[in-house]
Design a protein around this ligand. Structure first.
Ligand SMILES: [Zn+2]
Length: 449
């Protein structure tokens, strides 16, 4: 058995991965808060940790890995969004969860072993909070329960910061009830028109961090192998999860390994809802096959920022077109000189460059290289469609922004020449690709449906 090395945020180094139990390798990834359609930045952890899940299954056995990814279906953002859109919380969370599952399917992510919903684990969260109060790590104030950060000496170890720096760096909610601004909420009261559950501290709801501590404990135990998520979760979310779990259970750690993927940027700026520079995964479905997004995102190291642009998507599309010539229904064991790159902290860029070499050998006639190529793609979660389905898909290939703009120019020229048949054809073609055009006085604008 060859070794697997993973970068551990906790030690800030690449370490040899040894599971606590080889028959049950345990992985927890923070899932979505279901209040709005996920954007491309949210696709990255789904893809990256799906590759990790596939690799762990490959190494330890298909049934020897437990992958838990939660759904946060109670949160202030959900309450706000339901008010803004004037729909019930249940309707909103059901709709967004379904859409999230469609996105995962589109990106060819394997289903996690367990996908617990926060609202179905309130009992466990109340239990955990009770333990923290009993052990004097938490206090009750005005129907709120807060975790007292100063009681936990290892607080800040994951993010490698002192408490004072953390408070200054990440706007921590200050309320008069808290003993310190760094203290965070475990339980808070709900208004009558907000979702709430009975608890020893009155009708209320859990704080976000508490959810993951309660659900990971239920399904993976008090200590497990890998906890993962996006870089922005290190503080305060993961730091608070550690504090809650370790203090409630009197353990030394929550997870042995902490893994974090880098941001997705657009023109080097972080893609986020608050910056309004995001593209939803839903928009992409109309233009790109999910494999294109997958290959594009895996072309850079998962810890580095990934800059979203049309060129990288087009390059990935062209690469897949080439590789598909060697699609095979059957799989063969991967040679070590290729597989070793994934075991080196998911070094997908190097792994992909080995697949390019396999392609070069394949077109020279090596059948063996062709079979290796196909198996290597499948381990990345590519080749989910067979050759014929991909080819059918190729015909409705996506358009780049430049292609869209050129088609619009062509259409406007046809209109000026009174060639309405042609201009209608181009409009229909764009419509088929999910592009809607709008004519104003002297300008044509476009957007995705
Ligand atoms: Zn979490």
């Amino acid at each position: 058995m060859s070794n697997l090395y993973l970068y551990n945020t906790l030690s800030r180094s690449k370490e040899l991965f040894i599971p606590e139990n080889r028959d049950n390798v345990r992985l927890y990834v923070c899932g979505p808060t279901v209040y709005d359609f996920p954007h491309v930045g949210n696709a990255r952890p789904l893809i990256v940790f799906d590759v990790l899940f596939r690799l762990l299954k490959e190494i330890y056995g298909a049934n020897k890995v437990t992958y838990v990814r939660n759904i946060t279906d109670v949160d202030d953002k959900i309450i706000e969004s339901s008010k803004k859109n004037n729909i019930s919380i249940e309707e909103l969370t059901t709709k967004v969860t379904k859409n999230f599952h469609d996105d995962c399917h589109y990106l060819n992510c394997l289903e996690p072993t367990i996908e617990p919903k926060a609202t179905q684990h309130i009992k466990e969260m109340i239990e955990l909070t009770k333990r923290l109060i009993k052990r004097e790590f938490a206090y009750i104030e005005n129907s709120h329960v807060y975790f007292e950060v100063s009681k936990f000496s290892s607080y800040g170890k994951l993010s490698n910061k002192k408490i004072s720096e953390l408070i200054a760096g990440a706007r921590v909610e200050v309320t008069k009830e808290k003993k310190s601004p760094a203290d965070f909420v475990l339980w808070k009261p709900s208004d009558t028109n907000e979702p709430g559950w009975d608890s020893p501290w009155g009708r209320g709801r859990p704080g976000w961090h508490l959810e993951c501590s309660a659900m990971s404990e239920k399904y993976l135990g008090k200590e497990f192998d890998i906890h993962a998520g996006g870089l922005d979760l290190i503080f305060p979310h993961h730091e608070n999860e550690i504090a809650q779990s370790v203090c409630a259970n009197d353990t030394k750690k929550l997870a042995n390994f902490w893994m974090h993927n880098g941001y997705v940027t657009v023109n080097k700026e972080k893609m986020s809802k608050s910056l309004n520079n995001f593209i939803t995964i839903n928009q992409l479905k109309k233009t790109y096959d999910g494999q294109v997004i997958r290959l594009a995102m895996l072309s850079s190291n998962y810890k580095q920022p990934f800059d979203w642009n049309d060129k990288i998507l087009m390059d990935s599309y062209k690469t897949l077109n080439k590789w598909y010539e060697f699609y095979s229904d059957t799989s063969c064991p991967l040679e070590d000189n290729i597989a070793k790159w994934l075991r080196d902290d998911l070094n997908t860029p190097q792994y992909i460059s080995e697949v390019h070499k396999l392609y070069d050998e394949s077109i020279k006639g090596s059948k063996d290289a062709g079979r290796q190529l196909s198996s290597a793609c499948k381990l990345l979660g590519l080749f989910d469609k067979d050759f014929n389905s991909w080819n059918k898909n190729k015909i409705t290939k996506s358009l780049t922004n430049l292609e869209i703009e050129n088609l619009i120019k062509e259409r406007n020229l046809a209109r000026n020449n009174k060639n309405f048949k042609k201009s209608d054809e181009i409009r229909d073609l764009l419509n088929d690709k999910g592009v809607v055009i709008e004519d104003s006085q002297n300008k044509t604008t476009w957007k995705y449906k």
